[in-house]
Design a protein around this ligand. Structure first.
Ligand SMILES: Cc1cc2nc3c(=O)[nH]c(=O)nc-3n(C[C@H](O)[C@H](O)[C@H](O)COP(=O)(O)OP(=O)(O)OC[C@H]3O[C@@H](n4cnc5c(N)ncnc54)[C@H](O)[C@@H]3O)c2cc1C
Length: 504
């Protein structure tokens, strides 16, 4: 019998930590979501042999999974929080196939769960009951790229990291970057309105997505795939699909604006004594570094020490209560490095930074990012993770962490706070040996009530998915919720697209 950590080393045959965690996660089967969260199945049809025969007529038998073992990994989400009981995975390779599948499912009242890279952390990407999993991974072609405007057009199943590599060959980059980049799809990114590490500099997807092609629940294809920066011709329909988490349509193609690749990238990694100092550092970074500031991230001591210890990584700094990762994207390495070094020495003189390094060496920068990007993954090795992602006004950003520590006390192993402080987005990881109803009821709805009192949002960038619809009223006015329901009714009157998700 192996311990989780032994299993981790035994099965870790790739260098991508995220893939390693996924690989080991699949050896542990979490409880079915319907039992764990006590949900009742809606009145959808169940898949029959005649349905499978129809799907075979469209996809052939190689792009249909029905065997229990083959289907199992598609039923479990990345953080092992949710598990569905689908018996069928369909893998279309073009828009026309998606259209035929949805048209059929709509007619037969078969529920569908669209799935990209399955890195979502709110349970939106896996079924709750026996919904058909529509996995987009075979739709992974780049259709066109315009060197002058930076407009990239591709299919929804392209992996974010592959798109970034492609863009870099053309001296451009993708406008978003996140820890899951080696696995998540651009279609999943768009459907969740993913934020990530550099939103501070390059903005969110409502700004950088130029166009979308999507298939509605009835199979009709909506073509809004323009590659223009400006297009004020009526309603901006593409925005309906950005962040709607597969409940309004299946995104099949995306046109996105790629910014120019920075000539110089510099990274600072600092140890800080208290949270207040982080706020001063952020404010000073905005004024001293101005237009070259591309990321400003924070993590508390629990987040960093748990990650380096659990994943056997090297922390280049000693232990401090807080850490800051600050990145610049500019056009002159010497100038940018000078600016950052001057910033560091001033902040050290002020006593805001206790210890720190500045580097432009790619391998050193990568090893610092590796720690930051794997904080979430570290919480999964041999433990159970309650993961939250909220937005708060920056001055109240960290208040929730001591409150949770006091409330949960010895009932949990650790409460970690880290995130994109430049965007007011904190991630809260609560680590326990295994799922406990008692701990769960102490966290929810408390955490959302606290966020609401401070005028925050219950979801900053991960979405609502399956895990948060019942708490949506903490962040959305009843009038806005009603409009959401009306839009859903218009786009998907039979409710077949990702049921039990987003809408309360
Ligand atoms: C280590 C790690 C780090 C992360 N860091 C960040 C971060 O910094 N910022 C951030 O925002 N998120 C982050 N995430 C969360 C996750 O990676 C993002 O939400 C990502 O955008 C999901 O993409 P995906 O392809 O994996 O989508 P999935 O997880 O497969 O699906 C997510 C949702 O989108 C829907 N969907 C997927 N594809 C389509 C499609 N083609 N059409 C319609 N609906 C679709 C699904 O039904 C589901 O509701 C992180 C996750 C991990 C594991």
């Amino acid at each position: 019998m192996y311990t989780p950590v032994q299993l981790f080393s035994k099965y870790c045959i790739t260098n991508n930590i995220l893939e390693q965690i996924r690989c080991v996660s699949q050896l542990f089967f979490p409880q079915f979501s319907s039992d764990k969260y006590k949900v009742k199945r809606h009145d959808f049809s169940t898949v029959r042999t005649t349905d499978i025969d129809y799907f075979k007529s469209i996809l052939g038998k190689d792009r249909i999974l029905t065997d229990d073992q083959d289907v199992a990994p598609y039923n479990i989400d990345w953080i092992k929080n949710c598990r569905g009981n689908s018996q069928l995975v369909l893998k279309p390779s073009c828009t026309e196939e998606v259209s035929k599948i949805l048209s059929y499912c709509n007619e037969k009242r078969l529920a569908v769960c669209p799935q990209g890279g399955n890195t979502g952390v709110v349970g939106g990407s896996v079924p709750v009951f026996d919904e058909i999993i529509l996995n987009l991974s075979l739709m992974d072609k780049i259709t066109s790229f315009d060197d002058l405007s930076g407009a990239l057009v591709c299919e929804a199943g392209c992996i974010l990291e592959n798109l970034d590599k492609f863009a870099r060959e053309h001296n451009m980059i993708m406008p978003l970057d996140l820890g899951a980049k080696g696995t998540c799809h651009i279609g999943g990114n768009v459907s969740t309105n993913a934020g990530g590490l550099r939103l501070l500099r390059y903005g969110n997807l409502h700004g950088s997505v130029l166009g979308i092609e999507a298939v509605k629940a009835d199979g009709s294809v909506i073509n809004c795939l323009k590659s223009l920066r400006k297009d004020n011709t009526g309603y901006h329909l593409k925005h309906l699909f950005i962040g709607s988490e597969g409940t309004l349509g299946v995104v099949t193609k995306v046109a996105i604006h790629c910014p120019v690749m920075p000539k110089a990238v510099t990274l600072g990694y600092f140890g800080v004594e208290n949270f207040e100092n982080i706020l001063y550092l952020y404010s000073n970074a905005k004024s001293s570094l101005g237009e070259i500031l591309s990321a400003f991230e924070m993590a508390d001591c629990n987040s960093i020490s748990h990650t380096v210890n659990n994943l056997k990584l090297q922390n280049p700094l000693a232990e401090y209560p807080f850490y800051v990762i600050l990145e610049t994207h500019g056009s002159d390495e010497i100038h940018d490095q000078e600016k950052l070094t001057r910033y560091l020495s001033t902040q050290m003189k002020n006593g805001l930074i206790v210890d720190g390094i500045v580097t432009a060496e790619p391998s050193k920068m990568q090893s610092i990012w590796t720690i930051r990007e794997n904080i979430a993954a570290a919480g999964l090795v041999g433990t159970y993770l309650y993961a939250y992602d909220v937005s708060l006004p920056q001055k109240h950003y960290y208040e929730i962490i001591p409150k949770l520590r006091e409330r949960l006390n010895s009932k949990v192993k650790m409460v970690c706070g880290f995130g994109h402080i430049g965007d007011g987005n904190i991630h809260i990881n609560i680590i326990v040996p295994e799922f406990s109803e008692e701990v769960y009821s102490l966290i929810e709805p408390f955490i959302f009530e606290e966020v609401s009192k401070l005028n925050g949002s219950i979801s900053a960038e991960h979405g609502v998915g399956f895990r948060k619809p019942q708490y949506l009223h903490y962040s959305k006015d009843p009038s806005a919720l009603q409009l959401m329901r009306d839009i859903k009714q218009l786009m998907d009157p039979n409710g077949i697209l990702n049921p039990y998700k987003v809408l309360p």
